[in-house]
Design a protein around this ligand. Structure first.
Ligand code: SF4
Length: 134
């Protein structure tokens, strides 16, 4: 990661290996949940469900967030990029219609790495960047 985080328009310019910015995310990717989600919009869920990955913490911190425990309280676990790639491949194996990245921006750099790894191993699903405005 760039040592001065500028991944979103808050441009905190902090080194996430030793500090946290507005989103409170650290250096590693944190995920709050993975599921084959059949309750997204029908065009996204399709027949078998959308392969959602919910990322922990967020750069908006809305008090009304429907995923408050994940986005604001930061519930979740830290994982390596390789593990994230495996999750994408597992979703494909489970017939997900797509990979649905929920609030991914604060980990965008790591997600790109994970997608590259997964694509080398056969990932061919569409990727949904399911995010807030920033
Ligand atoms: S991703 Fe987080 S640390 Fe980086 S600029 Fe945005 S709010 Fe700040």
């Amino acid at each position: 990661m760039n040592q001065k985080c500028m991944l979103c328009p808050h441009k905190c310019s902090i080194d996430r290996r030793i500090n946290v910015g507005r989103c409170k995310a650290g250096e590693k990717v944190e995920i709050g949940g993975v599921s084959l989600h059949k309750f997204e919009e029908p065009c996204i869920s399709g027949n078998y469900g959308s392969g959602t990955v919910f990322f922990s913490k967020c750069n908006l911190n809305c008090v009304f967030c429907q995923n408050y425990e994940i986005s604001n309280l930061g519930n979740g676990k830290k994982i390596e990029v390789e593990e994230l790639a495996k999750i994408f491949l597992k979703e494909q194996e489970n017939n997900a219609e797509n990979i649905n990245l929920v609030s991914p921006t604060i980990y965008a750099d790591k997600i790109i790495e994970a997608i590259k790894i997964a694509k080398e191993k056969g990932l061919n699903l569409p990727i949904i960047y399911n995010t807030n405005r920033i």
